[in-house]
Every structure is written in C-alpha cells, then in structure tokens.
Design a protein around this ligand. Structure first.
Ligand SMILES: [Zn+2]
Length: 591
C-alpha cells in the first residue's frame, strides 16, 4: 500500500475534526442549521490553516443526504463521493494556474447546467487572488445573481489582493493561525495514533516551527517520523529542523547578561562546530531575547509567546533578574548585529562583534532608580559634592539611561563614595551644597516642583556677590579648568546685571574659545556653583560690537541630548557607578 502523507491522512472530514478554528466553524454550522449559507463565500488566512479543507466540508454539508443537524454525516453517498474526490458536482479550480478570462467563461458555461447527482454544484477556487482583473470582472455578474443551484467558495492567502467588488459579494471567513497549544495537542495526538514515541519538548519544537500552520507542521512530522522511526529523540528533531536546542539560547542569554564573553564564545564555537546556520541561529537567539523581554514587560506573556508552560517558567525565572532596559539594550545590540550579518561575508565575525558589545552592556539601570539611590546617598552623606550643580535649566521630561559596569554599588554598601578632592574642612559650605543638591535631585525627579521661585529662595540664602568674590571665583575655576581661569583674568569689570553675568573683553580673540557653547555651559555651571546664582552668561568684546553668544539656548533635540549627557548630575552618576551613557530619550513619554 502506498504511503499517504500525514497532511492528507489527517485532513479533517467533519467540522469536529477541524483544529483551532472554533469561531469560524461555529458560524458555518449555525448558517447551515438556519439555512442561511451565502452563495459566495471566501476563506482567508495564512497557508495550511484549513481554508480549502473547510470549503470541502462545507460542500459536503450542503449536499449531505442525512437529515440530522450534524452535517456532514460522512457516510451518505454524497458525502462519500466528495470525500473520495469523485463527485462531478464539486469542481476545484486552482486560481494560480487557471487565472484567465477563458477559464472563467468555461466555468460560467458549466454552471448553467443543474448538478448531476448532488443537490448543489460547488465551485471551489483556491488562491483566488491570482485571477486576472478580466477574470474577476467576468465573475462579478455571476456573483451578483448566482444560480440557486450553485455555491462559490473562494480561498486566499492574500485577501487584500481580491477586488473589493468581489469581496462585497461574498461572506467572509477569516481563519486564524492555529495557536501553539492547539498545534502541540494535535501533533501529540497524531504521534500517539501513529505509534511514534516522541517527547513533549520535541513536539513543541515542531509546533513552534510550524508557526500556526497545520500543514507545515504535518509535513515536518512526516519528515521526522521517517527519519527517526518509532522512537524519535529530541536530537533527531533538532537535526531535521536544523534547529539548535532551545537550551542553548538560555545559556547564551545568561552568558551575555552576566557579561561572560568567553562563555558566549565557547557556546558559539560549539554551535558552529555542530554545523548550525549562523544567520538562522542569530534569528533564533533574537527570538529568545524577545521572549525574555516580553516576559519581563507583559502581564500575560503566554498570550504573546509560543512556548510551553515549562519554558515560560524558565523564561520568567531568568528575566526577573534583569530590568526591561537591560533586556531591551541587549535585544537592540543583537538586532543590529543580525541586520549587519545579512550583508556581511563574515557573519561569524559580525555576530561575535555583537556579542562583545552585548556583553559590555551589563545592567542598565533606569535613571529614575539611580536618582532615588542617589538621593539616599546624598541624605546619608555619601555622595561627592563637586560638580554637583545643574546648569541654568535641567531637563524637565527626560530619561538618561546610564549603563553601569561594574554593576551598580549596592545601597547597603557602607564604604563612602567620594569625589577625590571634596574639601573636608569646608563643612558649612558642604552642608549648603548638600541641601542644594538634595533640592536639585528632588526637582529633577519631580518636574512640577521645579519652579523659579524655589531657585530664587535657594539663591537668596547662599548667594555671593559677583564683584566682591571675582578673584576667588577665578581661583575656583582654575582648579577645574586652568585655561578658563586665565581667560577670565583678562576680562574687564565683570558684573551682574538683570540676572546676567556680563563679561567684557578688550580683545575679541581673547574670548573666542570661551564663547564656544560647551565652554559657556561649563562657565554657567561654575557660576551657579560658586555664586549660588542662576545667571545667564553674556560674553562680549569691544571689537564684536554687540552681544556674544552667551545664551546657551538649547532648542534642537540633538543639543538637548548633548546637554543632558553633559549634565553634571548625569556625569556624577556615571562617575559613581562607573558607567557609560547608553541612551538618552527626551519627551513627555519617558517621564
Ligand atoms: Zn452525508
């Protein structure tokens, strides 16, 4: 006896056998019971989900001679003939190879005659979207007033390519991808019926590969059953599918997340020696990282992932140890690597490069969390106080993600962290700065609280006069930027005017460097820090005839991001945690 492929052997012959299309099946059965079946219907959905199968069952149900409600009976003559494919009244047309107007004319000629044996003629056109425009037009008239004895059933994987004029004359049935659990159950059932021993894990690999398509899954099962015989091992399945065991991906993710580069190289070597396709491997690894990210961020990851309960538990266990930011960063880096691989002659090198970048990510800590930790440290007197003053305006609605490696300092760490040269003896000044810093941290954490009023109050408490303290200010700047102090010495008559620090130079060339935006910014930081005043810097020179470029107005998003990156608070955070800036996002969504 010739071998019948599983997809044909297990093709559903009655509604109850259809897998994973409960809603459509119920609608069809109700239409049959109420006698409200449309004369033209269209089944759409991805390949292998049962479009033509449902059309055939429907053809049987319409012609079934059994009087019961449960049609098709599959035993009466009409049912048996259709099942055997010998009924002359069921015509199946492949739209891809019979797409012209001539075929449609013949069809129209044919349906003028009454059915030979059955009650109705049923015309099934598969891949109907392949018909030419002329063919569709020729069909239109028939669909508008179909003969009572004819039913049209169309199937398509590309509903959007079917003209709207056709669609509007059809009853539409949209078939879903078959869910992962439904596929697993179905394939397990087939394995049992075929007396093949296969693990649940292997079945899951097949179901995942089938990607919602029963027919694809069944062809894979066919291959695997003939490869492995009556006892199929997980390795057999992995080999046939060209898959790497899922466990390798969790090992990989763990290695990368813990920054263990050598382990990830070892794993890659192992996979490479085993003969895996690197591009495929990268895609699967990326899918695994996506699963981790989904697990970390979604309340119902099971609805978004094709994984078993056990795998879901494993994913959960791994993902809880990392922030969504960390996982997302890793995902992005590997995604970039994968995209680069597509065009590279050396995919392995590209992949390794991506691993190196990914292993350096470490734990990404959201800025909000850093700020709150910083706040705690400030309150307990652990934070360095140098450079801790904000420029004129700090970011209002923004997130700076600082990536830290080595990992962030635990909050309970009793070692005080100090900026190298915090003056120990200047206790009163230190306290004042500490208070300002606390206020600053609070304001950044809560933008609503950042009002000018607060700043003014703070200024009045600790403010210093510009003229009187100019020389000490130069000394203060000298410790931070010696050249700037030299330049400042050259200026004439520095003074405070209407909230501005006015600095004039005799010679324009003296202040060229100082006028650069980043230096103006530094100067405004020093000014704010030293004079405890929120002053706008005005630099002018006799030759220039006008105002300098004192106002560091940040209008573009690029400038804004640059300013954020240079924000002293961010810089200090980087210093404390030994991190680097990973991403800066601005705008209301990231608050
Ligand atoms: Zn029947």
């Amino acid at each position: 006896m010739s071998y019948l492929v599983l997809a044909r052997k297990w093709r559903p012959q009655i509604f109850a056998d259809v897998v994973g299309q409960e809603a459509v099946v119920r609608t069809l059965q109700n239409a049959l019971r109420r006698g409200r079946v449309a004369h033209a219907m269209i089944f759409s959905g991805v390949r292998g989900v049962g479009k033509t199968t449902l059309a055939r069952i429907m053809a049987k149900a319409l012609n079934c001679l059994n009087e019961s409600d449960d049609k098709p009976c599959n035993v009466c003559e009409a049912c048996r003939e259709i099942t055997a494919g010998s009924s002359v009244d069921l015509q199946e047309i492949d739209g891809a190879s019979n797409r012209g107007i001539q075929e449609i004319r013949e069809l129209k000629e044919n349906i003028r005659f009454f059915p030979t044996k059955c009650r109705y003629k049923v015309i099934i056109i598969d891949e109907v979207h392949m018909l030419t425009t002329e063919a569709f037009n020729a069909l239109l008239k028939t669909l508008e007033e179909p003969p009572e004895h004819v039913y049209f059933m169309f199937a398509t994987t590309e509903l959007h390519k079917v003209p709207i004029t056709i669609l509007s004359r059809c009853q539409r049935y949209e078939l879903k991808r078959v869910s992962f659990p439904a596929l697993v159950d179905f394939f397990a059932k087939i394995a049992a019926e075929e007396h093949v021993e296969i693990s649940r894990r292997a079945i899951e690999m097949i179901a995942r590969e089938a990607d919602g398509s029963i027919r694809d899954g069944l062809s894979l099962l066919d291959q695997i059953f003939s490869f492995g015989g009556e006892q199929v091992t997980d390795e057999d399945v992995a080999q046939v599918l060209g898959l790497v065991d899922q466990r390798i991906f969790s090992n990989f993710a763990e290695a990368l997340l813990s920054g263990d580069l050598s382990r990830s190289f070892e794993l890659l070597e192992k996979a490479y020696t085993a003969g895996i396709d690197l591009k495929r491997f990268a895609i699967d690894l990326l899918a695994y990282l996506r699963a981790l990210l989904v697990c970390r961020t979604s309340h119902q990851p099971e609805t978004l992932l094709d994984v078993s309960d056990q795998e879901l538990a494993e994913l959960r266990e791994l993902s809880v140890n990392y922030s969504a930011e960390t996982l997302s960063m890793l995902f992005q880096l590997l995604f970039k690597g994968m995209s680069e691989m597509q065009y590279s002659a050396h995919p392995r090198l590209v992949l390794e490069m991506a691993f190196i970048r990914a292993a350096q990510v470490g734990k990404v800590v959201p800025a909000s969390e850093l700020l709150s930790r910083l706040d705690e440290m400030i309150k307990s007197g652990k934070a360095p106080v140098e450079q801790l003053v904000s420029p004129a305006e700090s970011p209002k609605q923004s997130t700076v993600i600082v990536t830290a490696r080595p990992q962030v300092v635990p909050a309970e760490d009793k070692q005080p962290i100090r900026g190298g040269d915090a003056p120990q003896e200047a206790e009163p000044e230190l306290n004042g700065k500490m208070k300002r810093l606390e206020a600053l941290v609070e304001k950044i954490a809560d933008p609503q609280a950042r009002s000018k009023k607060d700043v003014k109050v703070a200024e009045q408490t600790h403010a210093k006069d510009v003229r009187k303290n100019w020389d000490s200010f130069i000394g203060y700047v000298k410790e931070r930027k010696p050249w700037m102090a030299q330049v400042l010495k050259l200026c004439e008559n520095p003074r405070e005017e209407n909230g501005e620090l006015v600095i004039r130079f005799d010679n324009p060339s003296d202040c060229t460097l100082l006028q650069k935006a980043e230096n103006v910014k530094d100067l405004s930081v020093y000014t704010l820090d030293f004079f405890q005043k929120d002053l706008c810097i005005k630099i002018s020179s006799r030759g220039s005839g006008g105002e300098g470029q004192g106002d560091a107005i940040l209008d573009g998003p690029k400038e804004e991001r640059r300013a954020l990156a240079n924000d002293p608070l961010v810089q200090m955070t980087i210093e404390i945690f030994g991190g680097q800036i990973g991403a800066i996002r601005t705008g209301p969504r990231f608050r």
